[in-house]
Design a protein. Structure first.
Length: 79
């Protein structure tokens, strides 16, 4: 039996971070939305990105080891 595989899509915006979990079949399994809160600094934004990823995995009850990739979309320059 083949193991289920997933991907995470992440939209890193100026006001929100949106993470979505997609099964290899193409079915969207869940999403998590958090404020970016960029005024708190880069480290806080990174923490929120990680929290969004963990949140969408928890919501869908998927283990990290089943994720085959993470794609990040962001306008502008990531430094």
């Amino acid at each position: 039996m083949a193991r289920d595989e997933y991907a995470i899509g992440l939209d890193l915006g100026g006001t929100k971070i949106l993470a979505g979990l997609v099964h290899s079949s193409g079915k969207m399994l869940g999403q998590t939305l958090l404020p970016t809160a960029s005024q708190e600094g880069a480290e806080a934004v990174i923490d929120r990105v990680l929290a969004a990823i963990e949140g969408v995995l928890a919501t869908a009850q998927v283990e990290r080891r089943s994720v085959r990739g993470v794609g990040i979309a962001s306008a502008g320059v990531i430094g």
